[in-house]
Write a protein that binds this ligand. Structure first.
Ligand code: HEC
Length: 158
């Protein structure tokens, strides 16, 4: 007996999956077609409402994934986005905690440092390459500069 026939007879998981998925698909299609058969506006409205509800669930999940409404602290923002380059000093980035690398920059002030991260500077892309808010980026800049010897206070939400 061939291996495939054997697998079918023994109910090999692969063989079974091969049959079950198309069957589920067929049943689903039959239900769908059945629903279309008695198309009336109510069904379509219900489906639209359902689609809207599903969309809302998707939106909520997205917000949870990005941390909800609360803006990140400087440390959280740094970990989320800035450490990729600044932890090791990649691409010529001033390294986290490296006072010698930060000293000449700190003198420019937090607004100028934040501006560099927002607009981009040389190998650092605009918005520091990600999806943080301006507030979160300024907090991360303060957090990093402070680790390099500055004494900026963490910018507050407006
Ligand atoms: C893709 C790598 C990369 C990422 C990610 C990155 N940076 Fe940078 N950053 C750099 C580089 C490179 C420089 C040095 C730019 C220069 O002076 O040539 C720099 C410099 C800076 C400076 C000093 C700017 C100045 O005017 O001297 C600040 C402040 C800064 N980054 C903040 C941030 C913050 C905050 C984040 C995260 C929100 C971040 N960076 C993420 C690469 C990065």
């Amino acid at each position: 007996m061939s291996e495939f026939a054997n697998a079918l007879q023994n109910g090999h998981p692969n063989a079974r999956r091969g049959w079950t998925l198309p069957m589920i698909g067929a049943v689903g299609l039959a239900l769908l077609l059945g629903g279309c058969g008695k198309t009336d506006t109510k069904t379509i409205q219900e489906e639209a409402a359902m689609a809207q509800r599903l969309q809302r669930v998707g939106t909520v999940e997205l917000q949870v994934a990005t941390g909800g409404g609360e803006p990140k602290t400087g440390e959280q923002a740094y970990q989320a986005q800035c450490a990729a380059c600044h932890a090791a000093g990649a691409l010529g980035a001033p390294k986290f905690g490296d006072a010698a690398a930060w000293a000449p920059r700190i003198g420019a002030g937090l607004a100028a440092l934040t501006n560099s991260a927002l607009k981009g500077k040389n190998a650092m892309p605009a918005q520091a390459g990600g999806a943080l808010s301006d507030l979160e980026i300024s907090r991360a800049a303060a957090y990093m500069a402070n680790a390099g010897g500055a004494k900026f206070s963490e910018p507050k939400a407006e």
